[in-house]
Design a protein around this ligand. Structure first.
Ligand code: CP
Length: 313
């Protein structure tokens, strides 16, 4: 594209770029409802998924997105690769690129790895989650799902609840939903709320029951135990009582308030299982829309349509 770029974070995207992706995703969402949900848009292109952290939704949906676009998609098997012999990420990526791939989708536990690679390879790079920094396609699919359900995010109150400190999903969501016109608030225990989180553009609450019943959207987060280096909550039981979407709290939310969660869900911790059955719970809509949004991202990047700002790459 004029200035082929990457998708590294929501922070680098202008609102117009986000809307371009969501518009394209809407077209692909319609494709996914066809009896044969495949288009030839990226025939001849090759995408490699380079996941150094576990994933169910993101990895599978990038795979599906590529195949629905008729691209070839390969999953790099980290555990069976030469990274286990000490090969660096840069060498891994440049070797893969030498085999003529068009794009790399990378997930890594260290923040900034996708940005590091993007400066050193010629193929496009998509950030599928880097440490606790950003998870841009998750934020895009969350925004897409909420607009699909609510019609607009302009002026809507979105509350993100839980482990904000360790969450790349929260960071990307705060930035993305703000750019889409929402009023964003976060709520969690002080130990799980970064001191500077308000600078991303959100109100901060510590008591869930003070804010829960006023909002249009409740976006629940998982406790990210794999990223915690210290005890941040007294017990899971106490966390559930103070910050969980429990059966008792569900009785008091507005019937039109929608509930989202990026997954995976720790049922019985951040949400009681009852939430799964509610008509306003959009978790499976998020998963389904994830394929369409990732199709849009791969399509726009692979065809060089210039979705990003000049400084974003
Ligand atoms: N939401 C999300 O990133 O899920 P996975 O870790 O399963 O990809």
């Amino acid at each position: 594209m004029a200035g082929l770029k990457n998708l590294l974070g929501i922070a680098e995207l202008e609102r117009e770029a986000i809307l371009t992706i969501l518009d394209q995703a809407k077209r692909f969402r319609e494709v996914l409802d066809r009896p044969i949900p495949i288009v030839p848009a990226l025939r001849g292109k090759t995408i490699v998924n380079l996941f150094f952290e576990p994933s169910t939704r993101t990895l599978t949906s990038f795979n599906l997105a590529a195949s629905r676009l008729s691209a070839q998609c390969l999953n790099f098997a980290v555990a069976a690769s030469s990274t286990k012999k000490g090969e660096s990420i840069l060498d891994t990526a440049t070797n893969i690129e030498a085999m003529r791939v068009d794009g790399v989708v990378i997930r890594h536990s260290a923040a900034g790895v996708p940005h590091f690679l993007a400066r050193r390879v010629n193929c496009f790079v998509v950030n599928a989650g880097d440490g606790r920094h950003e998870h841009p396609t998750q934020a895009l699919l969350d925004g897409f799902t909420l607009i699909e359900h609510l019609g607009t995010l302009e002026g809507k109150k979105v509350l993100i609840v839980g482990d904000i400190a360790h969450s790349r999903v929260a960071r990307s969501a705060i930035i993305c939903l703000n750019k889409l016109g929402a009023r964003v608030a976060v709520c969690g225990p002080p130990t799980l709320l970064p001191a500077d989180i308000a600078e991303l553009g959100c109100e901060v609450f510590y008591y869930l029951d003070r804010i829960l019943y006023e909002v249009d959207v409740i976006h629940m987060l998982r406790l990210q135990a794999e990223r915690m280096t210290a005890n941040t909550i007294p017990s899971l039981r106490e966390y559930r009582l103070l910050y969980g979407l429990t059966r008792e709290r569900l009785k008091k939310i507005k019937p039109e308030t929608v509930i989202t969660h990026p997954g995976p869900v720790n049922w019985g911790v951040e949400m009681d299982y009852d939430v799964r059955e509610l008509p306003q719970t959009l978790i499976m809509n998020q998963v389904k829309n994830g394929v369409a949004v990732r199709m849009a991202v791969l399509y726009l990047l692979a065809l060089g349509r210039g979705i990003l700002n000049e400084e974003a790459g």
